[in-house]
Write a protein that binds this ligand. Structure first.
Ligand code: ZN
Length: 131
């Protein structure tokens, strides 16, 4: 399958490495303490350039979701459901990922983080309904 593998850059390399280890980390601004995603050099809150990686459990709620009938990565079943999760760590943090839960996700339902191994060394975020 011809697909566009995620690219890492200076700011996101550690994030991708953590996801490959099945860990979720978020940038925490050293200046104001705001969490941010996707990884980037500067804080949108205070303009600071310093940050520290902070672990996250990935708990949250479904903010939105969509069903795709076109493959975008090898190994994903079709149709594939992508969810947008509002993290409990900070309500304005929205992260996309796959859905491994049974049935359709429902907006507002609590979820817990899982990981989908796509290729050796490449994993993606995935969520399922929290018990
Ligand atoms: Zn800041």
């Amino acid at each position: 399958m011809n697909w566009r593998q995620p690219r890492t850059d200076r700011d996101s390399a550690e994030w991708w490495a953590a996801v490959a280890r099945h860990e979720l980390v978020l940038q925490c601004c050293d200046g104001c303490g705001e969490l941010r995603w996707p990884p980037r050099a500067m804080c949108a809150g205070c303009g600071g350039f310093g940050w520290t990686w902070r672990p996250s459990a990935g708990d949250g709620t479904v903010a939105s979701w969509i069903r795709s009938h076109r493959p975008f990565a090898p190994g994903l079943p079709l149709p594939h459901v992508t969810v947008l999760v509002r993290l409990a760590d900070q309500p304005d943090l929205l992260l996309p990922g796959g859905w491994t839960g049974t049935g359709e996700p429902r907006t507002g339902d609590p979820v817990r983080l899982r990981f989908a191994d796509i290729e050796p060394g490449l994993s993606l975020l995935s969520w399922e309904a929290a018990p």
